[in-house]
Every structure is written in structure tokens, then in C-alpha cells.
Design a protein around this ligand. Sequence first.
Ligand SMILES: CC(=O)N[C@@H](CCCN)C(=O)O
Ligand SMILES: NC(=O)OP(=O)(O)O
Length: 332
Amino acid sequence: MNRFLDLAEFPREQVKDLLGLAARLQDTPQPQALAGKVLGLLFLNPSLRTLASFQSAMMRLGGTAVVITPGQGTWQMETRSGAIMNGAAAEHVREAVPVLASYCDAIGIRMFAEGRNLAADLAETGFRMMADLCDKPLVNMESAMAHPCQALADWHTMDELRVPDRGKFVLSWANHPRALPLAVPSSTVHMAAMRGMEVVVLRPEGFALPDPVMEKARQAAKASGGSVRETDNRAEALEGAHVIYAKEWGSPQHYGDDEADKRLREYLSDWCIKESWFKVADPSCHFMHCLPVRRNVAVADEVLDGPRSVVIREAFNRMVVQMAVLYRLLRG
Ligand SMILES: CC(=O)N[C@@H](CCCN)C(=O)O
Ligand SMILES: NC(=O)OP(=O)(O)O
């Protein structure tokens, strides 16, 4: 394994192997496994979990991490091809990425969707360009359409909680003041399908996930024996759910049109997940969210502070599974 860009690039057995390694590293620390290794982390967007969990994962395995945050102590970076660089950016990623890679044994890159052209973001044009600049093992720390480290951590979290492999997984749209990217919902729906679950995407009209995202998840479900469907019928979706996973995302129909997206959500303030949503769910039902989350807009305090919420465990498991990813990338 020399790239970790999308769970879809790995057969199910290899993902299971990574999860097994993560569990072993959790039980039996290996503080020298990556001694002398250097990980470079390039953040073109903000982070708490990804930043801190990669640094701590690397340190727990005896390695070290270099963090680059353009514009905050580092030169602002240009990403566009052919740009005339007479603005704020002093350096282009065409130089910055290979320079960083030359100091490091592996690189992580975070580069969110541009959010203007859906087809370009679906094709991962930005992240592909960055990946082509890097000749070292590479980790996707969230691109336009994928957040594989989050997906792997969420799979591990469900295994720990003994959520049935064939359990019902509801990915519910949640409200947010602005249109958020499709990376997490896309990766999440695919991960749950790959795990073999009965996946239901619950979302209001206008927020259906793009066809290629649903099709990719359906292919994964076909291989695993799971299923994927979408609905706007809340009661039917939540009935018997083993997991309710909340995520905010922008309307694919109005991609790049913030005003139209905003008008659509004027009437959607009741898409704030409350305890009452769990009434018809399975009694064991867990609540998941990748964080960060806006309290009482996307999810009510009573859910985040209640016993169903496993959001802190999910965040902790980012460090656990990333130790396995780094181990495989740097030691094989
Ligand atoms: C608030 C926000 O921008 N959320 C980002 C990051 C989520 C986790 N990395 C998103 O929705 O993709
Ligand atoms: N879940 C997640 O990736 O969080 P950050 O954006 O804080 O890294």
C-alpha cells in the first residue's frame, strides 16, 4: 500500500486487515515502529481532529510530523494552473508539494472541494493535481469527494460497538447555515455499503446526493451483500435504525449557488436531530457525526450530551486507524 486516497481503491478484505492492525496497535503499542520517519501534513483548509490525530498517531509510533498551514506562518499558496501570481499567494503548490515531499517519508494533504463546479469536484481535479506532484506515500486528509480516514474510523467505531454488519445505517442530512462539502456524506454512504449494511440516505427534497455518489455506494453494496436507498420519509427511514449518522451538505442541485441553496433551507430548521428522532429506532441505536458540529442547528444538545452519542469515540478512533494507515504506508 503506498496511497490511501479512497476506501473504494481497496478490496473489503484489505480494509478489514487495516482495521485488524488498528485494533492490535491499540492493544499493544509499538512506540518505535516508525522511529526516524517524518510525515508532512499540508492543510489547505482548517482542522482540529485530522491535524491533532495525525500528529499524535505519528508520535505514538516513534515518528514525527511537520505541519504546513499556508497563510499561517507559511507562504500563501496558489493552486490554480496557469495563474498569474500577482495576488496574495507567494508560492505555487507545484513547488511547495515536491519540496515538502523531499523532506518527508509520507505526505498527507487536505484540500476541500472548490464548491463551484460539481463535475470538476466529482472528478477530484484539485486533489489529483496535488497527488501528481507528490512522489511519496500519500494520505487523503479530506478531498472534494472523499474522507477515507473518517470512513475507516467510523467503521472501526461500529465494530467496537458491535453494530451488526447487516444493521440499518441511516445517513441523515442536517441543517447548517451554509452549504458544506459532499466529501463526508459520500465517503460515509460508501463505507456503510461496503460494510454490508442496509443504508438509507434520509434527506429533504433538493439534497439528493449526486448520482455517481449513489452509484458508487450501490456497487459496494452489491459486492458486500448490503443495500443503498434514499428517501425523504423520516419515520420510515428511522424505523429500526442501528445508527443515525448526521451530516450537513449543500444542495447538489444548486451547487456553487449559495443564495439558491440558502433559500432551499429556509424551511428546513426542523432538520436538527433531536432525541425524538430515536423513538422508532432500534433501542441500541447510536448517534454518529464526524465533527465539528453546530449545536442546536444540526444536532440538539440533548443528543450530543446523551448516552447514544459516540462522537468523541469516533474522533479518538481517527488516531487509532491512522496509526494503522501510517504503519502500512511506511513499513508495509
Ligand atoms: C464545518 C465544515 O466545514 N465541515 C467540513 C469538514 C468536516 C470534517 N472534516 C465538511 O463538512 O466537509
Ligand atoms: N472530522 C474531521 O475531519 O475533523 P477536522 O475537520 O477537525 O479534522
